[in-house]
Design a binder for this molecule. Structure first.
Ligand SMILES: [Ca+2]
Length: 343
């Protein structure tokens, strides 16, 4: 087992890597997380490669999974199941801004389980899983992304991306509904899902390398609901609008905002020049960059019809502010700058 606790309350685990736990001696029963009790918040964590079980499993009353990267379990990515605590009213869970990826699992293990909300020991689960702005990637088409499997367990999915399996829903329990999600054209879209965007490709930066940020042409841009609400374990209403993004690994950044939420765990944002300063004869231009992109700084003497000329090209991005020098740039008549991103 990785982290196990059967009676936690207000547990917070953040910015941690929990990986490669489990033993064949407890095949299917040893997990990276196995919690129970009242409540837990897991955020900015890298939870992966549960060897013989699930990546995250809990029997607690209330669970928050926020901006985590959960990947490559052998038997299920997220299991939110039953115990006496989950039979109480308001036994909710919320997942915001997570990247969840499964691998093709070995024979003998659960090939379809991705996110299960309900029970596995015959008890009740009285609540709703609220899943907002997550990016879900299946290891193969056997995956059933969302399953609720007891009468009073329901799931509400909004602003998510479902990719690489057409089975958005497995068992429906008390009902699995959604709106403003992205799915492949070949997916089976339940009647309980509305405003689903479908297509062939969400246009990630690099799907094979698991860089699941959106490119400029992504159909997932600006299709999200801007108002998202969930209930906590006491039944209080909160905004579920994503405020952060997971950064590989165990880091985070503020999610950009352009007034219209994109689908999935990442908001597309164009680089914006945020400072220009002069020192000696040189000009220094700063902008917010992201790892994995490349940037060109260009100038023009006249923005109306003037030619844009590169100052420097292929500046590798890093997460944070980059400052580029235009040597002797202060010595010219009016000079205008722009940043061009490769993505
Ligand atoms: Ca947007």
């Amino acid at each position: 087992m990785g982290i196990m606790c059967d009676n936690n309350s207000n547990l917070v685990v953040e910015a941690s890597e929990i990986a490669s736990n489990g033993t064949s001696l407890y095949d299917g029963f040893s997990h990276n997380f196995y919690l129970g009790g009242n409540s837990a918040t897991i955020r900015f964590c890298y939870i992966h490669d549960s060897l013989y079980g699930q990546n995250f499993k809990t029997r607690a009353h209330y669970t928050e999974l926020l901006y985590n990267y959960i990947a490559d379990s052998q038997d299920g990515e997220v299991g939110l199941v039953d115990a006496a605590e989950a039979a109480a009213t308001n036994s909710h869970a919320v997942m915001i801004g997570n990247i969840v990826i499964s691998k093709p699992r070995l024979s003998g293990y659960n090939s379809g389980r991705f996110i299960q909300f309900g029970q596995d020991s015959g008890g009740q689960h009285n609540g709703t899983l609220f899943a907002f702005n997550n990016t879900f990637i299946a290891g193969d088409g056997r995956i059933q992304f969302l399953s609720a499997n007891v009468t009073n367990a329901t799931i509400i999915a909004e602003n998510n991306i479902f990719y690489a399996s057409g089975q958005l829903v497995g068992t429906v329990g008390g009902g699995v509904s959604g709106t403003n999600n992205w799915a492949q054209s070949s997916a089976t879209i339940p009647a309980s899902f509305s405003a689903t965007t479908t297509g062939t490709d969400p246009a990630f930066v690099n799907r094979a390398a698991r860089d699941l940020r959106l490119t400029k042409s992504s159909p997932c841009r600006n299709n999200g609901l801007n108002v998202l609400n969930y209930l906590d374990g006491s039944g209080a209403l909160h905004s579920g609008v994503p405020m952060f993004e997971y950064v590989n690994h165990q880091q985070n950044r503020t999610r950009a905002s352009d007034g219209q939420l994109d689908l999935g765990a990442y908001e597309y944002s164009q680089p914006i020049i945020n400072n220009l300063r002069i020192s000696g004869g040189n000009a220094f231009i700063s902008f917010n960059a992201q790892l994995g992109s490349q940037y060109d700084l260009q100038y023009a003497s006249n923005v109306l019809g003037g030619a844009w000329v590169p100052v420097t090209t292929n500046v590798p991005g890093s997460n944070g502010v980059i400052e580029v020098t235009d040597t002797n740039g202060a010595g010219f008549p009016p000079r205008f700058y722009r940043i061009k991103s490769a993505l």
